[in-house]
Design a protein around this ligand. Structure first.
Ligand code: ADP
Length: 198
């Protein structure tokens, strides 16, 4: 059976996080929680990389479109009036194109993090996709305020500082996309015995 203490996940700090000088603040939160950095690189991602990273699959587009609709409803703004359509798939397609333009426009810092249930623990620390809905205490809730009602009007993706893999399968696909096997390392953290009693 796979040892869940060694689960790995991919995160990257998006251009807004790098440009706001929040790389240390963000990665420090993961390190403090007990997650181990096993890969790191700074790069300006190509459109080809991002095209593979952000799937054009129907569910991904619908999820993004659904989040737009939810935010517009919460704030009482007419989605069709603002976006020209209320079809979640169409909105999702538009947001995906803005996202690829934005993330390929400037440097990001990508990390592979390892630890007990790393995928779900990282998502918990990152918080909800839309910073206006993200709980206090989370990275997006504490450090960002953006929403589709602001971003989509300006024809740009929501600025939420960071990407984190959503599932264990996604994590393994994304790690393979962003890192070569020899770029990942194995070592012990000094506090592992205090955390896990070994
Ligand atoms: P997450 O990053 O939390 O996994 P998604 O995979 O659903 O979220 O969306 C990918 C990225 O697309 C988000 O991080 C955000 O930058 C952007 N995004 C998502 N939904 C919207 C939206 N409704 N309007 C603008 N940008 C969005």
């Amino acid at each position: 059976m796979q040892d869940v203490r060694n689960e790995r996940t991919l995160v990257f700090i998006k251009p807004d996080g790098v440009q706001r000088g929040l790389v240390g603040e963000i990665i420090g939160r993961f390190e403090r929680a007990g997650l181990k950095i096993v890969g790191v690189k700074m790069l300006q991602p190509s459109r080809e990389l991002l095209d593979r990273h952000y799937p054009s699959a129907e569910d991904f587009l619908r999820t993004i479109g659904g989040k737009t609709t939810e935010a517009f409803q919460t704030y009482g703004v007419d989605v069709k009036g603002m976006m020209g359509t209320d079809d979640p798939r169409e909105i999702g397609r538009q947001v995906r194109a803005w996202l690829i333009d934005y993330v390929s426009s400037a440097p990001v810092v990508a990390f592979v993090l390892e630890g007990a249930h790393a995928v779900s623990v990282v998502r918990k620390l990152v918080g909800a996709t839309l910073p206006v809905f993200a709980n206090p205490g989370t990275i997006r809730g504490d450090l960002a305020v953006d929403a589709p009602t602001v971003a989509n009007l300006a024809k740009r993706p929501v600025r939420n500082l960071i990407h984190a893999s959503g599932t264990v399968d996604e994590a393994s696909f994304e790690i393979g996309l962003w890192f070569r096997p020899e770029e990942l390392v194995t070592y012990r953290r000094a506090d592992e015995s205090a955390m896990f009693g070994e």
